[in-house]
Structures are given as C-alpha cells and as structure tokens.
Design a protein around this ligand. Sequence first.
Ligand SMILES: Cc1cc2nc3c(=O)[nH]c(=O)nc-3n(C[C@H](O)[C@H](O)[C@H](O)COP(=O)(O)OP(=O)(O)OC[C@H]3O[C@@H](n4cnc5c(N)ncnc54)[C@H](O)[C@@H]3O)c2cc1C
Ligand code: FES
Length: 274
Amino acid sequence: MSNKGSIYKPLKAKVEKVITESPTIKTLVLIPESEFSFKTGEFIELTLNGYGEAPFTPSSSPLETKRLEVTIMKAGYVTDKIHALKPGEVVGIRGPFGRGYPVEKFYGKEIVIVGGGCGFAPIRSLLYNLMAEKEKFKKVTVCYGAKTPEECIYKPFVEKLRKTERFEVYRSVDKADEKWDETEGVVTVLLEDIKVDIKNSAAIVCGPPVMMKFGTLKLLEMGYPESDIYLSMEKNMSCGLGKCGHCMMGKYYVCKDGPVFTYDEIKNEPDIWL
Ligand SMILES: Cc1cc2nc3c(=O)[nH]c(=O)nc-3n(C[C@H](O)[C@H](O)[C@H](O)COP(=O)(O)OP(=O)(O)OC[C@H]3O[C@@H](n4cnc5c(N)ncnc54)[C@H](O)[C@@H]3O)c2cc1C
Ligand code: FES
C-alpha cells in the first residue's frame, strides 16, 4: 500500500546506493521502510539523525513508490554529512510538501525545459513523468547547462532521453574541454536555436537563481506569456508547513504555495532571484 508519507514524523529510509554524478553532486538511492509517494516537483525534508534536515526535490520517477532518488549538491553543513553517507545507513524523510508541476495542464502542448546545475534534479523527475505518458505531449525540448563537462549530471539518463521519441536534449557548458562536442556558452544560448510553437507551449525553468533570472528573461523575449513560464523556487526553509515564515517570498510561503510558481504569480514579489 502506498502512503503520502508523514509531514511531521520522518519515515526511515535505507541508503541502497550512492551515485557520484559529478565532483560536487551525488544521488542517493533510498528504500523507504514503507511505500512513499509524491507528485513531481513536490519536495521532501531529508533528516540526518544528530545533524539536522534539509529540503530536496526527489529526482526519481513519481510513479515509483518503493524507492526514491535524491540528487544533492554539496553546499554546507547538512549536505556535507549527506555526501559522506554509505550504503546501509539510514536517513529520515518527511513530506511530501508543497505544490509541484501541474502536468495535466501541459497535455497537448510542446514543453521547453531550461535547467542548470543541480536544477536538473526536479527536472529529471518531471521527465520520467512525461516519458511515461509521452503520447500526451507534442514535443519536449530540454536545454541543460553546467559549468564544465565534468559537472554535467545524469549522463546515462541523457543518452536514454535522446533515444526517446518526441524528446530532444541540448546541452551547453560554460567552459568546454577538448572532448566536448556540444555547445559552449551559457544555457540561454541554446534557446536561440530551438524550434518551438510558443503559442502551444509551456516553459519550465529550474536552476541557480542567476540562471532562472536570465532563462526567464530570454523566454519572455521569445514571446512566452508570463503565465506559461513555470519556475521552481528555492528559499531557506525550516518547517515546510507554512508556519515558521523562513521561506516567505512577499505574500507567498514557498514551502506551501510553491515551490512551483508561474512567473506572473510571483513577478512583483521581492527578491525572487535571490
Ligand atoms: C524546495 C527546495 C528543493 C531543493 N531541492 C534540492 C535538490 O534537489 N538538490 C540539492 O542539491 N539542493 C536542493 N535544495 C537546496 C538545499 O536544500 C540546500 O542546498 C541545503 O538546504 C543546504 O543545506 P546545508 O546545511 O548543507 O547548507 P548550510 O550550511 O545551511 O548553508 C550553505 C549555503 O546554502 C544556503 N542554503 C541553506 N539552506 C538552503 C535552502 N533551503 N535553499 C537554498 N539555499 C540554502 C545557505 O544560505 C548557504 O549559502 C532545495 C531547496 C529547496 C528550498
Ligand atoms: S518553511 Fe516554514 S513557513 Fe515555509
């Protein structure tokens, strides 16, 4: 039987595998003690006994309830400890929390996804969801950017995606090496060359704040309506329940009202790109 997890009490989950994606990013494959379900784009709080907890968006398919993958960039205290975890160790998961991607609203449309760095984590979960019902979408174009070829994550998944009908993947790195045969430059450069029917399309942006800002500006310049640009926002969080106020962005609680918002919902709120 699948449950929605608990928002208060961490569910125990065993680390089955640790995948090194890049020098700074690892994916944990977790087996929860009972089935755990979430909608793509929703997030969890991952608890490390004795150290604390931090929010992450699962990077695995929302259709899988017996295992959960979380892709984590080393950023500070808790993520340092998470990177040191070994198979067999146990963590806690609370959630899921928030509002994820409204996949049903994308039916019949073309989807353009702009992702950078560890922002590919929620996007991979969304892509698994889209791949499972690919006949419902016209085309899915993924533009992904990383700092260097070494920092590009999910290499086997990208290969699989490239072989999937209706899916196209373009990648760029800020600084190429001699083996890199894709684009060099910031991720927004990739948007210059894609073919998309903007009137029947939705765009999704997820990545570091500076990428989210320039990705959004580029999409607006291309003619996307503000209401068709979906952003996955990250703010410092504590309770995850709309109680403590840590995650406030103007009138919104990112933990409860987001993390996924359309640009027109949040464009007038303060500090959206910080
Ligand atoms: C909804 C949501 C989903 C996220 N999903 C992912 C994910 O899938 N993968 C991933 O690697 N990271 C994700 N993050 C960011 C992740 O939560 C932070 O990197 C983590 O909390 C840092 O904890 P720390 O103790 O290691 O760092 P700290 O020692 O607390 O701080 C290190 C730096 O990280 C910043 N930071 C701390 N907490 C957060 C936070 N909650 N959000 C943003 N920056 C923060 C601090 O301001 C500081 O600059 C997500 C954040 C949110 C809000
Ligand atoms: S994290 Fe406490 S209100 Fe959002």
